[in-house]
Design a protein around this ligand. Structure first.
Ligand code: COA
Length: 419
């Protein structure tokens, strides 16, 4: 972790928990930062959530906390506060995603942290930020999706709002936070000062549904022709699987008709003729219902029906091959099993086998950010408090006797002895 990586030399005090923060600090760890995960003596709640193996850290935890060291510190204990203060003095970044007011109650709000170390960058995720009518509320992924406009714009036009599988409220906010931290580190190069970086989950979800705001404003000028089957009100409606961009697109069912036997096809304007020829010969090429993009928009339903009929004799992979030959952008709907066995995914190191002392072999996703001079080595998540002594000794300079005294005073608890 300390060799020559993009973020080598950057030490992060990672107080984040659950998903939104840990995904951000894990990315920083992938890029080479020394991430010290500071947990309460009982640990991040996700260690025990959705457990698949009794007494082992859950996959929820292990998949979000690789490339980190773990220290437990009781921040409600005076000696624990002393350790925390020393850690703030020794780190470049402190990250947290506690509920509103938690750090102030502990005596470590931004003003105090900055006083302890003016060079430190403090990065916070909150559901709704630190000010405004919603500031006092807690938030989880789906709350952010609900309040950031993702749910009202996902699902089918005649169905209920739908949560997306992509964790845009948690992981999406984590990626935003990392961008903010990196920018603050660069600014510190010039100013010598740290600063406070804040990402609200609601803001980040709004940012990720940006194109729906394009449609929100277009609606004031009339209906949105690329949305299939719509009656419009004054808000951006749910678009089902409609493309949402300038090109028409949809998920087309293939054989044998299973839940993921679909190919997403984008009917890019300049591939229409080749696609029409392959699907319905010269007759379809000259069919006036689909002659121009406006005609295809207006007669979308019939166009999707024709493509569905054509697709019914092919699997999604066969159809993908046919369409790739004529340069039609398309992609099979990949199940998690499809992806876990996919050669491309393996080659990109996006699904990696790791070992863990409690759970044995398991898999984590790799780092999606590829740097040519900073290759990523994914290392397993730490056990609770696994590196407490190491960090107290190597980073803070406590000797063995002092560490024992701190433990005696209730500053931390050593992890239970493992069988
Ligand atoms: C996720 C969330 C809803 C969880 O709420 P929660 O379980 O009630 O936890 P909170 O963060 O509010 O509080 C944590 C408590 O643990 C305590 N704690 C945390 N670390 C500690 C430590 N090292 N030592 C002692 N106590 C500690 C805090 O002091 C706080 O106690 P308090 O309520 O007495 O002040 C909330 O943290 C939140 O809204 N976070 C911001 C939004 C977010 O990131 N959500 C995404 C989650 S994926």
């Amino acid at each position: 972790m300390t060799d020559n990586k993009a973020l080598s030399g950057i030490r992060i005090l990672d107080m984040t928990h659950v998903q939104a923060g840990p995904t951000s600090s894990q990315l920083m760890g992938f890029l080479g930062a020394d991430v010290i995960k500071l947990e309460s003596p009982v640990g991040d709640a996700t260690r025990g959530q959705l457990r698949d193996i009794p007494d082992a850290d859950s996959l929820y935890f292990t998949m979000l906390n690789c490339n980190k060291r773990s220290i437990t510190v009781n921040l409600k204990n005076e000696k624990g506060k002393e350790i925390f203060t020393k850690l703030i003095e020794s780190c470049d970044v402190v990250m947290e995603n506690f509920g509103p007011g938690v750090l102030d109650r502990l005596g470590f709000g931004w003003e105090n942290v900055q006083q302890i170390n003016p060079r430190i960058i403090m990065a916070s995720i909150k559901g709704f930020g630190t000010e405004g009518p919603y500031a006092a509320f807690k938030a989880y992924e789906n709350v952010a999706q609900a309040m950031g406009g993702a749910m009202s714009t996902s699902g089918f036009f005649d169905g209920a709002p739908v949560v997306t599988g992509a964790q845009i409220g948690d992981s999406g906010t984590g990626v935003h936070l990392m961008a903010g931290i990196l920018a603050a580190l660069l600014q510190r190069e010039r100013t010598g000062r740290g600063q406070y970086v804040e990402c609200a989950m609601m803001d980040c979800v709004m940012n990720l549904v940006r194109v729906k705001w394009r449609d929100h404003q277009r609606l004031t000028r009339g209906p949105l022709p690329e949305y299939w089957h719509q009656e419009f009100e004054e808000f951006t409606p749910r678009a089902g699987n409609d493309s949402g961009g300038g090109q028409l697109g949809n998920a087309i069912q293939c054989k044998p008709g299973g839940p993921n036997d679909y190919l997403y096809i984008v009917v890019q304007e300049h591939v229409w003729q080749a696609l029409a020829k392959r699907v319905g010969g010269d007759e379809l090429v000259s069919d006036p219902r689909f002659a121009k993009i406006e005609d295809r928009r207006a007669n979308q339903g019939e166009m999707w029906d024709l493509l569905t009929e054509f697709a019914s004799t092919y699997t999604k992979r066969e159809l993908m091959e046919i369409l790739n030959e004529i340069d039609v952008p398309c992609g099979p709907i990949m199940s998690t099993t499809d992806l876990a066995n996919d050669e491309h995914v393996k080659l990109r190191e996006m699904y990696l086998e790791l070992d863990h002392p409690e759970r044995g072999k398991w898999y984590n996703l790799g780092c999606p950010i590829k740097l040519s001079d900073s290759p990523v080595e994914v290392t397993r998540s730490p056990l609770l408090g696994e590196h407490t002594d190491e960090i107290l000794g190597d980073v803070l300079g406590y000797d063995t006797n002092a560490i024992d005294d701190l433990k005696e005073a209730g500053a931390f608890s050593r992890p239970p002895r493992r069988k």
